[in-house]
Design a protein around this ligand. Structure first.
Ligand code: ZN
Length: 300
């Protein structure tokens, strides 16, 4: 097996691939805001991109790789081989970057990636598998600007300590206290209640003892209409939690009233959930004495 894996060493993962966008100020600004980096070098007419953005300029985005011809199939073939050997899980372990010249707005980004090494079989706390290191050389206007070396562990998850045939545990119960009692009382009556500050009318969710806007402790509630849209989401694969069946979609739903709630999306396959998808509140009976507000999407 290891001989077959090692045969991938030196094979290209991408050749003369194009960055999706040239280096540009809006992406630099979003990055700096997300990182909280206020360094003056990244703004103004002589701005450069933060060096740690190196990989960002090569990323294909959520919609994948179909629109650039530079990527080779070697990486997919290697992963398929590892999947077939039971190494179905993946975790990023570390990354090294080397910066040779700054990237500036307007620079065109091209890159070449190579599968640099595949380790012998290793056992870690997570499980047994192989480390795969990919090296990407990134060029700006054809000139080498930096190198990004990325290592992942592709592994077979360690056997769980509990046998699988254990009776399925119940979903965890919410912790109900005097600050959120009213919310759960509402759920029992199939009403999704949002707190409203009676001093300044600001809506708030989840429930809190006071208003973040004006600090008033006085509130009443408004009932959500149940209409919402998916503001963001993740698909949960690993680690598995007792009582949950991955994969499933966990969404941040923006209610029509403007506040956001974390919940599950039902009614569509987990991999079709998308940002902006309209959803409608419903109540899911989890077990004999527990219901939860969830959001149903309809198939497009
Ligand atoms: Zn208020």
């Amino acid at each position: 097996m290891y001989d077959r894996l090692r045969a991938f060493e030196g094979r290209p993962a991408a050749t003369a691939a194009q960055g999706r966008d040239p280096v540009n100020q809006p992406m630099i600004r979003h990055w700096c805001e997300a990182m909280g980096d206020t360094n003056a070098a990244y703004t103004g007419p002589d701005a450069v991109a933060p060096p740690t953005m190196l990989q960002a300029w090569t990323m294909a985005g959520l919609s994948g790789h179909s629109d650039d011809g530079g990527r080779s199939s070697a990486h997919d073939e290697l992963f398929a081989l590892l999947d077939g050997a039971g190494c179905t899980s993946v975790v990023a372990t570390d990354c090294e970057q080397e910066y040779l010249r700054p990237l500036r707005p307007g620079d065109t980004v091209t890159f070449d990636s190579v599968i640099e090494s595949v380790s012998p079989r290793k056992t870690t706390k997570l499980g047994t598998g192989h480390f795969v290191t990919t090296r990407t050389d990134i060029r700006a206007n054809g000139e080498l600007a930096g190198t990004h070396r990325f290592r992942i562990l592709k592994y077979a998850p360690a056997a769980r300590s509990k046998p699988q045939e254990d009776p399925k545990p119940r979903r965890p119960r919410p912790v109900i206290n005097r600050d959120n009692q009213g919310f759960w009382d509402g759920v029992r009556r199939h009403r999704l209640l949002i707190q409203r500050c009676t001093a300044c009318t600001t809506l708030r969710f989840p429930w809190l003892p006071g208003c973040n806007h004006c600090a008033s402790p006085d509130w009443d509630t408004v009932e959500a209409s149940g209409a919402g849209t998916v503001f963001s989401y993740v698909v949960m694969h690993h680690p598995p939690f007792p009582a949950f069946d991955p994969p499933y979609a966990v969404a941040l739903v923006e209610l029509a009233e403007g506040v956001r709630i974390i919940s599950n999306i039902t009614g569509v396959p987990y991999d079709t959930v998308r940002i902006g998808m309209p959803v409608q509140l419903e109540f899911l009976r989890v077990d004999d004495d527990f219901e939860l507000p969830v959001f149903r999407a309809s198939e497009a």
